[in-house]
Design a protein around this ligand. Sequence first.
Ligand SMILES: C[S@@+](CC[C@H](N)C(=O)[O-])C[C@H]1O[C@@H](n2cnc3c(N)ncnc32)[C@H](O)[C@@H]1O
Length: 215
Amino acid sequence: MMKPIPTDVITAYIEEHTDPLPPLLKDLVRETRLQTGRLNWSIGRAEGKLLQMIVAISNARQVVEVGTFTGFSALLMAEALPTDGRLITCESEASFARIAQSYFDRSPHGNKIRLELGPAIESLARIPDGGTDFVFIDADKSGYEDYYEEALRILKAGGLVVADNVFWRGKVFITPLKNENARAIAAFNDKVMRDPRVEKVMLAVRDGCYLIRKR
Ligand SMILES: C[S@@+](CC[C@H](N)C(=O)[O-])C[C@H]1O[C@@H](n2cnc3c(N)ncnc32)[C@H](O)[C@@H]1O
């Protein structure tokens, strides 16, 4: 029987075998660490590259992101959009939005990105039905079920959702669920699993990603 391989060994190996970040994103990582001290909020290189590839291979033209933070995931996804593609990203915290916008302004792909400052549920409500190809959900965990319903409303048939942090730092595996966010994520995961409107596969990437396709 093979001994379990420690997660940090697997993570390091994955990073060694995944494309490097462009220089602007390396600057953003440095600035995010200095200004916010919350670098672990960004999805990181491997998950970022995965999202970028999903956007590219699905030929997405309109992407919506719930949870911009300092713009790391938005910039990677925008790079995979065609020149007339559009990414709408939602953030409620002005100080994070300011950093993100300053990097969108420096990127050759920044003109594809529109940042909506305010509660994501209000920004999502302004997006018309059925015109979006891909939605990335990565904000407050208590909002996931509402963001998911909005995602299904704005997505085209065949459109995709990725929901991040569906392991909630491993806390969804420990029952009874003690943490409020773990309870919200577990309820979200169960709701998606039972939902006949979608196909789904859960991926053990970083803190867990749920890949969901609207039928
Ligand atoms: C995990 S971070 C997003 C990380 C980002 N996707 C990345 O990879 O760089 C979550 C973000 O959601 C934002 N957020 C939390 N609640 C929100 C809400 N109700 N509406 C909009 N944004 C919210 C937080 O301020 C935070 O910046």
